[in-house]
Design a protein around this ligand. Sequence first.
Ligand SMILES: Cc1cc2nc3c(=O)[nH]c(=O)nc-3n(C[C@H](O)[C@H](O)[C@H](O)COP(=O)(O)OP(=O)(O)OC[C@H]3O[C@@H](n4cnc5c(N)ncnc54)[C@H](O)[C@@H]3O)c2cc1C
Length: 476
Amino acid sequence: MNDANDPHDRRYPRELRGLRGDVLLPEDDEYAAAASTFFASGKPALVVRPRDAADVAAAIRYVRREDLALSVRSGGHGLLGSATNDGGLVLDLIHLDSVELPGPDVPAGTAHPAGTGSTGNRLVRIGAGATWGKVMRTLDPHGLGLTAGDTAGVGVGGLTLGGGIGWLVRKHGLAIDHLVAARVVTADGRLLTATPDQHADLFWAVRGGGGNFGVVVGFDFVAGPVPLVHFGTLTYRPDDPARLVTAWRDHMRTAPESLTSTLALIPPMFGGPAKATVTLCYADDAAGPLRAIGPLRAIGEVLDDDVRVARYADVLADAHRPPGGRLLSRNALVPTLDDAVIDAAVAAYLSGSSTVLRSLGGAFGRVPADATAFAHRDAEAMIVCAAFLPGDATTAGTDADGDAGPPGWAGVARHGTGVYLNFQSSDTSADLAAAYPPRTYDRLVATKRRYDPDNLFGRAHNIAPSAVPATEGVRQ
Ligand SMILES: Cc1cc2nc3c(=O)[nH]c(=O)nc-3n(C[C@H](O)[C@H](O)[C@H](O)COP(=O)(O)OP(=O)(O)OC[C@H]3O[C@@H](n4cnc5c(N)ncnc54)[C@H](O)[C@@H]3O)c2cc1C
């Protein structure tokens, strides 16, 4: 038992005595791990690890009384490092990590706005503090999966609230496209269940609007059957990157939606040579992997090919942060991957940026732009440019490099019509404007005013309750 569970222990603030969960102070063993994230080291005054919504509400009451900064942490992989802070309270959802299959099959088509309903769907109830690795390991014995991200250690909370782009994005859309409920503790301490029918405004906003509206303690998704997949990486000789990207684009334009792939152009770094790779996931029972994957083996000289048949649960990678330095990451959602965009992406790579193109379209693009707060459904691809810079990670909420971005970024940015905030290491008003078209933004602001008028949840990509309507042409 953590001492804070004792309702009479006067070392802890009144609101935090008698919790079911834990309170960690700087002298406690587990404090250091809980205070640091994948990208940032923080020094919060205390960390609360709730075991239920009542614990979360108690922490919120305390933060409000003491006027402390509040960070919410699920998997701790956020690029801004906003899941920790200096001097405030970190609400670490590590104990809220259950993954349950509460009932029998749900009707075909349920919660598949992307139009990919199938029989054998099951409701999955997931604590926001679970990692996607745990989710997939739990679903795998049932032959089920969910479209999520590519990394096992990333949290369900942060990835889902931003949208969730993973290895099944062209077949099944975003993670949020399979969400049917979110349980949210709001700034006034109420536990609300947001669904298409209850608190529908909140349900809309948490699907892409980030952590602006409350602490999401759990989600209900509809998982579907996932076959064995063909997964792996083709490594090419990187001598003609523009030709490679063009040939990859041409193939992805006609490839079946069961194929999702990313093309990465990696400049020399950490002592390694330049690399060009395509990592792919083909998820279909039907015959066809040869037709889907085969042409990719001919778009350049293949130096290595580890594409193999795998369980979907096994394709999520373990990510390790390169030692030292901080990540500078920018992305653009591009409606058409035309030759000018490809030239800009290649130029960014030649300038020194790791440049990764993720194929989109398919089921992702069939969801109406106003169905969720992730509006940019017309994107053919997302281009991420990244660089590692010397220096410590900060908890300041930005990567402190202004709008410059990684080398060559400006040329790519010019072609973007949107931004995916989960892959953005900057936090500016321009980022918000790029992520949320005016109507989406105004709807988010209206929802923010309803559920968090005092802006308690304001640490990352903040939708300010005081914002001027974007449809009037003015952005804060
Ligand atoms: C190695 C790596 C691989 C990645 N791969 C992918 C990928 O394939 N696809 C993809 O879409 N994204 C990917 N991402 C980006 C990822 O979606 C974001 O970094 C996301 O924020 C991580 O979620 P988290 O819960 O781990 O983060 P955290 O750092 O715990 O949270 C980030 C922020 O989200 C908010 N938040 C988190 N949980 C809650 C909650 N329960 N309630 C309210 N607010 C909350 C808070 O503002 C918090 O500060 C990757 C990131 C990394 C570092």
